[in-house]
Design a binder for this molecule. Structure first.
Ligand SMILES: [Zn+2]
Length: 304
């Protein structure tokens, strides 16, 4: 699960006096090639001047207005994010007190331009890269013998190293893997979650009187897909996994065949390690370059 990130040769890193935005982007692309991006993605430079000299970079998961304003306050001239600022089409750049998500995007673009900030994002390339976000999810769950999950390069599937101990309510012995309940607890612990959403846990059967019975562990193979990965469920089943851990699962995708379950741990929660990953790439290649990590970039979803 080691990343294949090739740091720039040491002599070269030492002789770089002036760092340009494109130098930072190239370091990221050595780890996560831009050519790997999905056709619907918009990774790469979105705003500013790739040739501009930069002195300080702000790293965040999302490129929100909050993050752009934070960059201005911190005197950063570059923002490096996982999610692109311009995504799914941009038809206008309006920023005069218009209440819409488009105006937030417009104000973000305008604020960045007015303050000479260049923005680069590595979205699907960072998901797919070896040592990237899917690999980090797999690592967090201690998966072994990992392989790429889907033909388009998204997701990872591997075997569960951590073994469950819960015995079935009917008295059967604990299996080699975990049952649904154990696995849910394990995922919550590994990702530091208070809650998650999931389809019917494996091993659960609900009797007509409402009692729930838990069977012994059956989960031994697990698939993960960072961000919105519900479309990979069929690949997970084909790969022999009993579980897919992902985010943004819609109502209909919680209906899964018997013996397979899907977990929605939250989009932000599945990808927040992108910030530390991008930081490590920049620091590895530009040891003396100033890097700030966003403090304002939080999950936009509130639970009550
Ligand atoms: Zn994402």
């Amino acid at each position: 699960m080691e990343g294949t990130s090739g740091a720039m040769p040491k002599e070269k890193a030492k002789t770089v006096n002036m760092v340009r935005a494109i130098d930072i982007a190239r370091a990221v692309e050595m780890f996560a090639p831009l050519s790997a991006q999905a056709e619907w993605d918009n990774s790469g430079f979105s705003v500013g001047d790739p040739q501009a000299a930069v002195h300080k970079v702000l790293i965040a998961l999302n490129c929100t207005l909050d993050v752009v304003e934070e960059a201005v306050e911190l005197n950063c001239d570059m923002i490096l994010t996982h999610h692109p600022l311009i995504f799914g089409g941009c038809r206008s750049v309006l920023y005069n007190n218009v209440c819409s998500s488009e105006s937030l995007q417009g104000r973000s673009i305008a604020t960045a331009i007015k303050n000479n900030i260049t923005i680069y994002s590595s979205h699907t390339p960072l998901d797919k890269a070896r040592g990237g976000l899917n690999d980090l999810m797999a690592k967090r769950l201690n998966l072994q013998n990992c392989k790429v999950l889907s033909p388009d390069g998204f997701g990872v599937v591997g075997t569960l190293k951590t073994v469950g101990t819960l015995k079935g309510n009917s008295g059967e012995k604990a299996g080699k893997g975990m049952n649904g309940e154990e696995f849910i607890k394990f995922v919550k612990k590994q990702f530091g979650l208070k809650y998650l959403r999931c389809s019917k846990p494996i091993g659960y059967s609900i009797a007509t009187d409402g009692r729930i019975a838990a069977a012994a562990g059956k989960i031994t193979k697990v698939a993960v897909s960072s961000g919105s990965g519900q479309g990979s469920a069929k690949d997970a089943i084909a790969a022999g996994a009993q579980v897919l851990v992902t985010a943004d699962v819609s109502h209909h995708n919680f209906y899964q065949p018997e013996g397979f379950m899907i977990l929605d741990i939250g989009h932000y929660e599945s990808e927040w390690e992108a910030v530390a990953l991008l930081e490590s790439i920049v620091k590895k290649n530009f040891s003396k370059f100033a890097v700030s990590l966003s403090k304002r970039d939080k999950s936009p979803i509130y639970h009550f």
